[in-house]
Design a binder for this molecule. Sequence first.
Ligand code: ATP
Length: 236
Amino acid sequence: MLQLAGVTTKYGAISALRDVTLTVNAGEVVGLIGPNGAGKTTLLNTVAGLLQPSDGSVKLGAEDVTGTEPENLLRRGLALVPEHRRIFVDLTVEENLRIGGATVSGDERGRLLNDMQEQFPVLRSKWLTRAGYLSGGEAQQLAIARALMAKPKLLMMDEPSLGLAPILVDMVFDLISSLRNDGVTLLVVEQNARRMLEIADRAYVMRSGQIVSEGSGEELLERSDLFESFVGGGAT
Ligand code: ATP
């Protein structure tokens, strides 16, 4: 479904991604783990069209989408839940979700708003509340629901459990599993490496802008030498 080949992305003269090759197959949950500054966010932002690679290609399905605008990618089924959520704090929960559904038809948007109320009861109870008043866990659910309003085939999440209380971390991982069951393909950056590997079909380990290892979640869990140095407090 997604294929990166030899992707290099630079900030000025500094290469934050170097010759990255990565595949996500339809129906998979793929994890992306690595220490701070490894280039994980840069990779997701490059795929989402927020950054332009200086070399290499990004393919979505059979199509080369390298350098395609984010909104165009959203219409093709690729959505990103960005780091730090980036919801519109002055708008209500409903208004945030309507913006998320801007690329689907009016009828479809109405159906999806109902779906989101069912899937995220906490959002239903705060429907007319401004997003700036939500707790961290509620805001993360809103960020994920907003991305789901675009009906993505491939959903990318950047650190979805960051800063959440343990019970909400569980909620995020349960949600990832339930999205997989709903047929959504996922590429997830997580600092909670062990939890991510437990639910991922496959994962890539990044360091200094490069992929240094890849394998099934199970295989990589047995190679804790690869990630022990950067697992955070949530590694249980
Ligand atoms: P983190 O977990 O800390 O978010 P990451 O693996 O997501 O780390 P990136 O945020 O992609 O890493 O950063 C990769 C490298 O690029 C780092 O060395 C970072 O300092 C650098 N970098 C990131 N954003 C910029 C920017 N806007 N301008 C210059 N350098 C940047």
